[in-house]
Design a protein around this ligand. Sequence first.
Ligand code: EPZ
Length: 431
Amino acid sequence: MEKLVVEGGLPLAGEVDVAGSKNAVLPVLAAALLTREPLRVGNAPRLVDVESMLGVLRDLGCEAVRRDDGSLAVQAPSSPSQRTDWELVARMRASFCVLGPLVASTGRAEVSLPGGCALGGFRPIDIHRKGLEALGARVNIEGGYVIAEAPSGGLRGAEMYLGTAFGSSVTGTANVMMAATLARGRTVIQGASCEPEIVDLGHCLQSMGARIDGLGSPRIEIEGVDELHGPDWDVIPDRIEAGTYAIAGAMTGGRVRVRGCRPEHLTTVLERLREARIPVEVGADWIETQAFDPRSPDERPGPTDITTHPFPGFPTDLQAQWMALMTMAEGRSVITERVYPERYMHMAELARLGADVRREGALALVCGTPRLSGAHVTASDLRASAALVLAGLVAEGETHIHRVYHIDRGYECIEERLGALGAAIRREQAE
Ligand code: EPZ
């Protein structure tokens, strides 16, 4: 098992290029099942989760490779397998995105109930089921598999509401929107996800010949077509990775330019950084934190409350990283997690670094302290592990972050890229 070792106290400085979006590329890869023509995806990040999705597609009979130029090439066979291997799907929740395309293009899909990040609570799939049933599929759960069967004439368009008690569902919208592209007639999804990753998926589907309106709004309309063509698509930059590196610059007081990102995908985060007195400049495709001394009393980050919401609200995938920043703020901040109410496992590990954090029901209270001290900590999920790396950058001494496989799922070469910004970070075998 590997760990990351971070020596704290060094300000970062320099430029980091953002990789392609993990949460855009994964459903786009699943869209390969909607056509029998080849799909090419550019700007695809080199992540464990991407390899997992390629494995699922190969298991279904697709040719799925990464070319020498880094792009991904996937081509579904004329008759893909209709059943996924549970072990492959259990490894990554997003594999569940093959459900909609598979049932729409072959008439049946047997996909294992998803695994993936344990964000402190149960992660249901009722919205996925509700949407596919609205399109006429019969959906049952047997032996740990979701079995979806289209009616004899194929899926048919329908009007539906896919909002959950916690807002919209990202992959729920992805699954149903992909299925609806091949359904007969018109589908209207109310309560749809507005996430940039869903907009990117929708644009990719449009490039394949799908007829979709309303992308980026809670109401998406899809007019079904008979067939789709293979796309040649470059996914958007990863806004969560961009936000993570911007917060790294903010925490260390370094001048860090995050290049090749979409600042308009991080409006709320940028607003909160400014509220926290972090000097930030923004260009067309870059974000730059300015140098300052986070230790001096009049320059320490200001305590700033956040509440997570679906886009355009503050993203839940940056909540843990924001908490890491607030552990060094000059005062008390309140963090409210509305998307995954139990997504606070990183608090115990931040406390091991000396952070003054505590739960108050659905809220997390963070009282900023002037210093953190390095310790051994354990990552629990992808974004929590990123928060621990950020805290390690400012904690005095060495911080050992165990179970680093979590971070490799969503951050491309994180130690090389932070190292290039001046961080003292290395990967080692854990004892
Ligand atoms: C996507 O997960 C992302 N993953 C997550 O990022 C992200 O945290 C999440 O959206 C929220 O933004 C991918 O895109 C691959 P949801 P998803 O369905 O689609 C509830 C990361 O770190 N819900 O939008 O699985 C659910 O419990 C990962 O990159 C239902 O109630 O999340 C949650 O409270 C972690 N019923 C809320 O909706 C359902 O059928 C949002 O979940 C589905 C979801």
